[in-house]
Design a protein around this ligand. Structure first.
Ligand code: GLC
Length: 568
């Protein structure tokens, strides 16, 4: 570490109060070339007191009152916290007569083992607690996206603090100056992950965060900010406590994240243009452009923000922009990303080279570019949002996360939501197989794999991001199927997962066409596989939890939707 960095670390230290201790892996993050806390001291907008706050100030210094506004502002708590039992006992199994599967207790224990503390306060969960694995890489960090299912599990179990501290900690990290080489990232960018470093000699904790400058491929996570907003709403909805979301800090955090995405540029589409690897699929997989995962999360974050933004001067202006964008975005997605039998047939018969407003084939998609597999895959009943739409390019692959989030956020119309569930049932073997569920379908192979992934040896066909099966996704499938009124789909999937997850040590992913093999390089005790399973169980056990991660269709949007088709 350079002298300046040492200095910076000293500013950002604090005595610790306990927590998980692992061998520090100072890997790339501590070597961040341009990140220097001490420089921030000079920033006029941050005084010394504020600067301390990055790491040193206790998060409890934020004035979050216990001020519960039950039943107000649409924040009816899903259930009231009630009296806590011992830390080790999942409340959900105590409250109900439900007889938990033996794997539930093991899963809770594993989840608790993954908790990370900063100054004695729980601030997140590490990605994987895999002692057997030689390569730690960055799996010993708290990933924002990975923490979401953990957070939901804790919220559903009435354990709110860890979620609150996580939200506040990441908000402080958002305030850091972020640079890659000499390029400064937007103010609102949230980290992909952070790590708590413990200095045993001085008994101090420091934080290192990765905004993409250490990530493989150097891509900033577009999804982190969206997940942060979605989680803030889940916290608010679950606790009934609006005081956290109401703080000036949280309001500013929301504004910064969304300002990044709502700014006008050269775009002709309301969707968000992204680099490959900027989301859960965090390496080159041909998802660059307008990936469904990001569009669905963007939509959900916008809607979640609407329910939390204050109607003050700054809030009002943003609210107007959000409403306008939501209308355009839902029109675009529902019209152009949607694929069912009829739509496929229409595209198959598209004329090309059409010019002017009367064009039917607006993006000039050449029918010959439709892959063969999709004709067999498309059932008569069912449909889905395809992976990507941009000029002359439709990525017909199915992506699980984007489609489930589309249902949860009501980006999908009620008819589309039903159709997505129909598709899952009709194509059960392909999408669920022996282990729920495929991250995407189908895998890319051979020459296409070489070109698209850059010969990535981890993403070979039916492995990892390339058609691998990810147990974490089961919580999204469960939530979506409950929302559509088809919980039996989730039950079937949970039964499958239950039969193997514990035995296999909660792997990160499975390989193969049916997902029968534990993934080639999958971590064991992957936290979100554990938490995803628990969330699915708790949702099935008490579907009223759904409210914290589901948004209803805004009735006002329907008539407006028609007007927003004006660009045709
Ligand atoms: C992998 C996944 C990414 C996840 C990370 C930590 O890189 O692709 O989505 O956040 O592992 O689990």
């Amino acid at each position: 570490m350079s002298e300046r960095k040492m200095e910076a670390a000293a500013v950002a230290t604090a005595p610790i109060g306990g927590g998980m201790r692992r061998e520090p892996s100072y890997a790339s993050m501590a070597e961040q070339d341009d990140f220097d806390l001490s420089r921030l001291l000079d920033k006029p907008k941050l005084n010394i007191e504020r600067q301390r706050s990055f790491d040193d100030r206790s998060m409890s210094e934020f004035s979050i009152g216990g001020n519960l506004k039950v039943g107000m502002d649409g924040y009816d708590p899903v259930y009231s916290p009630g009296i806590r039992s011992g830390f080790d006992t999942p409340l959900s199994s105590v409250r109900n007569s439900f007889d938990p599967h033996p794997i539930v207790a093991e899963a809770w224990e594993a989840l608790r083992r993954s908790v990370v503390y900063f100054k004695g306060q729980p601030v997140g969960t590490i990605a994987a607690y895999d002692h057997a694995s030689e390569e730690v890489l960055n799996y010993d960090q708290v990933f924002v996206r990975d923490f979401v299912p953990s957070a939901l599990a804790f919220l559903m179990n009435g354990e709110y603090d860890i979620v609150k501290f996580f939200l506040l900690k990441t908000l402080l990290l958002q305030g850091w100056e972020k640079k890659i080489d000499r390029f400064k990232l937007g103010e609102g960018v949230m980290p992909a992950s952070f790590k708590v470093l413990h200095d045993p000699n001085r008994d101090v904790d420091t934080i290192a965060a990765d905004f993409g400058e250490s990530a493989i491929g150097r891509v900033a996570p577009v999804d982190s900010g969206f997940w942060w907003i979605i989680l803030l709403r889940a916290y608010t909805k679950s606790t009934g406590d609006t005081s956290l979301a109401d703080t000036a800090e949280c309001q500013k955090g929301i504004r910064l994240i969304l300002s990044l995405c709502l700014s006008e540029g050269f775009d002709t589409f309301p969707t968000l243009l992204c680099a490959d690897g900027c989301c859960m699929i965090d390496r080159r997989m041909g998802v660059y452009g307008y990936p469904i995962e990001i569009q669905a999360l963007f939509f959900m974050a916008l809607k979640s923000a609407l329910s939390m933004l204050k109607h003050d001067a700054q809030g009002k202006e943003l609210i107007e922009r959000i409403v306008t964008r939501l209308q355009a975005l839902s029109y675009h997605m529902r019209s152009y990303f949607w694929l069912d039998f009829q739509q496929l047939n229409d595209i198959y018969r598209f004329k090309t080279e059409e010019y002017s407003h009367t064009a039917v084939n607006k993006f000039n998609v050449i029918p010959d570019s439709i892959p063969d597999w999709v004709f067999d895959f498309m059932p008569c009943k069912g449909g889905y949002f395809i992976g990507n739409v941009s000029p002359a390019r439709m990525d017909f692959r199915w992506f699980a996360l984007g489609n489930c989030v589309a249902i949860l956020s009501s980006l999908a119309t009620p008819e589309q939501s039903v159709a997505i569930m129909d598709l899952i049932e009709e194509r059960w073997e392909e999408l669920i197989g022996d282990m729920p569920l495929k991250i995407c379908y189908p895998a890319i192979e051979n020459h296409e794999w070489k070109i698209v992934t850059g010969c990535d040896p981890k993403n070979t066909r039916w492995s990892y991001h390339n058609g691998g099966s990810w147990p974490v996704l089961i919580w999204l499938l469960t939530a979506a199927s409950i929302k559509v009124g088809r919980p039996q789909i989730a039950r079937r999937a949970v039964d499958l997962a239950e039969s193997r997850l514990l035995k296999d040590g909660f792997p990160e992913y499975y390989d193969g066409k049916l997902g029968r093999y534990v993934g080639k390089q999958a971590r064991k005790f992957q936290t979100w596989s554990i938490a995803g399973y628990l969330v699915a169980k708790m949702l099935l056990e008490d579907p009223s939890h759904l409210g914290m991660i589901s948004l209803e269709e805004d009735r006002a949007m329907k008539p407006l939707l028609k007007r927003s088709s004006s660009w045709t």
